[in-house]
Design a protein around this ligand. Sequence first.
Ligand SMILES: [Zn+2]
Length: 252
Amino acid sequence: MRQTRHSLTRRHFLATGATALLGAGVSARPAAAWAGSAPTPESEVDAGPMVMALTFDDGPSPQYTLQVLDVLYDHGVRATFFVCGDNVGRYPDVVRRIVAEGHVLGNHTWSHPHLDGLSAADVRDQIQRTQDAVTTVGGRAPVLFRAPYGDFTDTALTVCADLGLRPISWSVDPTDWANPGADTIVERVLAGAATGAIVLNHDGTEGGDDDPAPGSGGDRSQTVAALTSYLPQLIDAGFTFTTPDAHPRPLP
Ligand SMILES: [Zn+2]
């Protein structure tokens, strides 16, 4: 575990070039201390009291991502979008708007498969292709990864280590993709709101419009309606919002 945490932090520094932090009290570790160890998924963000993170998966979508961006813009909130490479190629203008408005792009594989059903080579291809697509369209390589369905397999975590990706899970899952009703999504998010919480939302349709999430029909309107309601409530309660890339997991 100790080596894993070193790996995460060190690799994050390398990926972001945040060398100033290394010189500000955090010791640089020799490569041998972390090389070869795979990171573990992070389900919370360590960014101080009353700070949370909003995440949106399976996009970008030319319809719902733009609506989500409008709501975030209205409230001056930055979020993380875990995109599928397949959708990045389809909707590059949406990707560019995500970046232009200060949000963060994460890697959510190319076509949203169950990683535990793929060969090691195919898992690596899913992640690497998406890394390349986001880098080309978004202008920088992602440093965050989320496995579809939360299937953070050993192979996926090894690829994360190789590519300098931090695996990001979540602590609040309102199951918005199943369309339980906007009010229910709001209740679930507000109930889970806490310091360090990472909220899982869905702005897109996994794997593209021809492969909607089971039972959802690809409709994310409840996600947008819920966000419009719970975001100002969380702000009024004193919460602020960040993105996990800005807060490396601390050394133990
Ligand atoms: Zn997903």
